[in-house]
Ligand binder design. Structure first.
Ligand SMILES: [Zn+2]
Length: 207
């Protein structure tokens, strides 16, 4: 593990050799569903406010005015509420997401299936830049740029939406290697998570 204050490597549960503080035995990272919901709900509110303002000042003339007549009101409601509904979906999908890191390994709970990898079994750690649509959350990951960044040294770590970190384990029963993908936008404080992974398995290889 790493000391949260001075980033010195030390076994979990023992005093940090740098500052004497006890190093945590486990670090837990939550999903970001609530943040997607907040950002997308905000977008709905902005759309609603802009259209009401547009109506007040007469912007767009008849076309905006027409949105508020009975015939078009449902299209208007659908337009304004779409971001909110997308946010609710991702909040629901990510509500169980959790990653736990210890000196022994890394575990993830999620609706896509639970995963566990012991550090001793990690065969590779790679970094890939993928288009957003190929990431687990797809294009909605783009909205994660509005999240507050995890505080601890984010500038040291290459990370932007679309950038994926891949931990490879030994082959499973079907002969396929176990793969754990860590994607910005899915996990709280990605920078700290990557620092803890690097302390165990070294820096990622660039693909
Ligand atoms: Zn320390």
């Amino acid at each position: 593990m790493l000391c949260p204050d001075c980033k010195t490597a030390a076994p979990g549960g023992r005093p940090c050799p740098g500052c004497g503080q006890t190093v945590p035995e486990r670090e837990t990272f939550a999903g970001q569903g609530g943040r997607y919901l907040l950002v997308l709900c905000g977008l709905s509110l902005v759309l609603a406010a802009l259209s009401l303002l547009g109506r007040e000042i007469g912007f767009g003339g008849m076309s905006v005015q027409r949105l508020f007549t009975t015939r078009w009101i449902w299209i208007y409601v659908a337009l304004v509420s779409t971001p909110l509904l997308v946010g609710l979906y991702f909040w629901f999908a990510l509500r169980e997401e959790e990653i736990v890191v210890t000196d022994q390994g890394i575990s993830r709970r999620s609706r896509w299936g639970d995963e566990h990898l012991a550090w001793a079994n990690v065969r590779g750690f790679r970094h890939q830049s993928l288009p957003l649509r190929q990431t687990r959350l797809g294009r909605v990951t783009w909205f994660s740029r509005f999240f507050p960044k995890g505080g601890r040294d984010p500038e040291q770590i290459l990370y932007w939406p679309g950038s994926t970190y891949i931990l490879e384990g030994p082959p499973d029963g079907d002969g396929q290697p176990i793969v754990m993908r860590l994607e910005p936008g899915t996990i709280d404080d990605m920078a700290w998570l990557l620092a803890l992974v690097e302390e165990r398995v070294g820096p990622p290889q660039e693909d």
